[in-house]
Design a binder for this molecule. Sequence first.
Ligand code: PDD
Length: 286
Amino acid sequence: MSRTVYVNGEYLPEEEAKVSIFDRGFLMADGVYEVTTVLDGKLVDFGGHAKRLERSLRELEMDAPCTMDELLEIHRQLIAKNGITDGTVYLQVTRGNPGDRDFSWPEPPVKPTLVLFTTAKPGFADSPLAKTGIEVITVPDIRWGRRDIKTVQLLYPSMAKMMAKKAGVSDAWFVEDGFVTEGYSNNAYIVKNGQIITRALSNDILHGITRAAVLRFAREAQMEVVERNFTPDEAYAADEAFCTSASAFVMPIVKIDAAVIGTGTPGHVATRLREIYIEEMRKAAI
Ligand code: PDD
């Protein structure tokens, strides 16, 4: 059955949803996005995603298409119309359709394009991969310098995912100037001697909404968190490794390049944080 999606004020069957060929999202990757998890038919950390969206828009001097309350209502309508229990809502805002191709931003601004759609992922908090852990490779980070803005320029992350697939693994971690930045679509962590180590926030990485929640839960559970750079060599020798994102929650990593991490099975810290995160987020979902 076809999904109902949202485009610029209308709820439509997906086959009827259209965006102009002059849309700056299509021609210039001039757009930002969010992916919000749905558990039990409710939105996980919508407030965090809305805040980051506002920040991404501000950084690109782009107009918001509507208020965040209106966006919440559109998310809820789509969840209801598509009967989503577990899954995600994808949202994209672009600088709109100026009617031609031009490097300059349209002046005055044109109406932003707003698109949302749902993806059903039944039972998605019980991913079998979380029980075995995943394997990753490291690849050079050649993305642009404002990775803190959640833009739709996802060509290199997409290439990195394909490099991982060709290597027979699930994921790729980016490395820049000898240090791990983040995963192709998630934030990266290692655990050594009980310390959870992850890169500090800057323009080099996306400020993950899951990252913020997981670090808060870790500190509340008296786990030690250290926000600093780490090298691939440190990761190879770590006791545990894991990544976080709205779609992976907390995902244990058992191999990085040729190095088996710890015992080669999901570690205690990652497993516990995954349990806490899912439990707390189910409770707080709206
Ligand atoms: N990706 N880093 C990058 C580069 C990401 O693309 C993402 C999210 C994250 C984690 O952010 P959050 O915890 O807010 O999901 C970190 C989403 C899930 C995606 O592109 O599908």
